[in-house]
Design a binder for this molecule. Structure first.
Ligand code: URA
Length: 262
């Protein structure tokens, strides 16, 4: 296996020990050691898998990849930074790696499950338009949601993009002046759920993501809170990422299943 050496100042910054300049200062003060040898230069490199680092006498536990489940509240943006708005990153614990990012976006007013990680290849696999990872939402919709809407969503509808949406599974939980529904989509187009309802003359007034692939929002996590994923959850996501390299897609014209491309 390849040995990946990284600079000690980057390693400590990624692990959340401060900015690069704060870390340089700590190094000058002799607070950082690799394998019990005090580090003198910020450009000194180490093998994080094999060497042990300490900061101010405390040993640093290295986690190459981190995975958080956030129950995103309304009112924060799905970005790593923003000049004006509070971001989902502001809701994570302070002592975390600094190279984390949200996997995809939820609108500012959407709540629910958001995966935050620094695992770029997992994020890529989950977001790839070819992989069709299921995303399930709960929504309150202004207007009477009908069986015709269910059939239309099942066939795929025109939301003004080049292509129709892929078949989506609509469950009507309660139909009325304001309806409650659950919807599973297999894409992640911009404002997709809202635009699908707009296309059938209705308005989403509340939207919450319940699941993404095998990952389900933990009901004990209230809005604004996060936790690290369990080992089982990480493994389920990894399985999904490997497994979905060959998927079955449904032909949007005929409604028949056909073998999808990689
Ligand atoms: N669809 C939307 O319209 N908004 C979201 O935030 C997610 C899916």
């Amino acid at each position: 296996m390849d040995v990946v050496m990284i600079r000690i100042d980057k390693y400590l910054a990624d692990m959340g020990f401060g900015t690069r300049s704060e870390i340089k200062k700590a190094i000058r003060q002799g607070l950082v050691a690799i394998d019990s040898n005090v580090v003198r230069k910020p450009e000194e490199k180490l093998d994080p898998e094999r060497q042990k680092v300490s900061f101010a006498g405390k040993s640093v536990t290295y986690a190459a990849l981190e995975y958080y489940m956030l129950h995103k509240p309304a009112g924060v943006v799905s970005a790593t930074e923003d000049k004006k708005e509070r971001t989902v990153m502001d809701l994570l614990p302070k002592e975390r790696r600094k190279d984390l990012f949200p996997v995809g976006r939820l609108d500012k007013d959407t709540e629910g499950l958001l995966l935050i990680t620094n695992d770029g290849s997992m994020a890529h696999a989950l977001l790839s338009p070819k992989k069709h990872v299921d995303k399930t939402y709960f929504a309150r919709v202004r207007g009477w949601v009908t069986e015709e809407d269910r059939i239309a969503f099942r066939k795929g509808i025109d939301i003004g993009d080049e292509k129709q949406t892929l078949p989506a599974e609509l469950t009507i939980l309660q139909a009325g002046e304001e309806s409650e529904i659950r919807l599973t989509i297999r894409e992640g187009r911009f404002h997709q759920v809202k635009r699908m309802f707009e296309a059938v003359g209705k308005e989403v007034v509340y939207l919450k993501r319940l699941s993404m692939g095998p990952l389900t929002l933990d009901p004990s996590l209230s809005a604004g809170n996060s936790r690290q994923l369990t080992e089982e959850e990480i493994q389920a996501l990894q399985r999904q990422c490997h497994f979905i390299s060959s998927v079955y897609m449904t032909d949007s014209r005929t409604g028949e299943d056909k073998k999808g491309e990689k």
